[in-house]
Design a protein. Structure first.
Length: 202
């Protein structure tokens, strides 16, 4: 499956046959699926709880967030999502339009986060990264790439650190954060990548 094949579709259910061997990042971009079924013997995709992963479990492609949200609601808890251990890459648009998502934790093994990963997650209030992660860390609800000093993900409640730890705002980092009316860009930031603030209120 290629990237963005069903963008803006109203499809609510998808069946993936066993013949599918590979799924590109962004294959489920901007969908709000209620159900996804994977055929027996499919090597290109697997479902772990509500997480849709690549066959080897290393790429996080999508989450069936509505079903997960209903479960948390029965427990009287906010919808806090922890990416499964073993995932090394968060695919493009992996959480896009998961409007019920309130908290997201990135585990230690993740080394790459795709564009528009949390776009239009309007309830998202908290972003965090496992302390053991060698590539990313979190501060003030920002997820920052260590070596490049790039702010990779933000949300409506982020504050960009003013301690010179951020020099770039990454591609689509704040995309769809429609509750942001203003944000302070520190003097240390020398680059703002494409779509960094796309579809923001400000």
């Amino acid at each position: 499956m290629e990237a963005w094949p069903l963008e803006n579709s109203s499809i609510e259910e998808i069946y993936i046959p066993s013949s599918v061997k590979h799924v590109e990042n962004g294959a489920f971009a901007f969908l709000n699926l209620a159900r996804l079924e994977i055929g027996d013997g499919c090597t290109g995709l697997k479902l772990v709880g509500s997480s849709v992963l690549s066959g080897d479990g290393k790429r996080f492609l999508y989450t069936l967030c509505d079903g997960e949200y209903e479960y948390y609601k029965t427990l009287n808890k906010s919808f806090a999502y922890e990416v499964p251990f073993g995932v090394e890459e968060i695919g493009d648009e992996a959480f896009s339009y998961c409007e019920s998502l309130e908290s997201l934790e990135i585990p230690a093994n993740v080394r790459d986060i795709g564009g528009w990963a949390t776009a239009f997650c309007n309830s998202l209030k908290a972003l965090s990264v496992a302390e053991e992660n060698k590539n990313y860390y979190s501060v003030d609800n920002c997820i920052i790439h260590k070596s490049s000093k790039t702010l990779a993900l933000g949300c409506n409640y982020s504050e960009i650190p003013a301690d010179e730890s951020v020099t770039s705002i990454g591609y689509a980092a704040f995309a769809g954060c429609d509750k942001i009316s203003e944000i302070v860009i520190p003097a240390s930031v020398t680059e703002i990548e494409d779509s960094a603030f796309s579809h923001c209120a400000a």
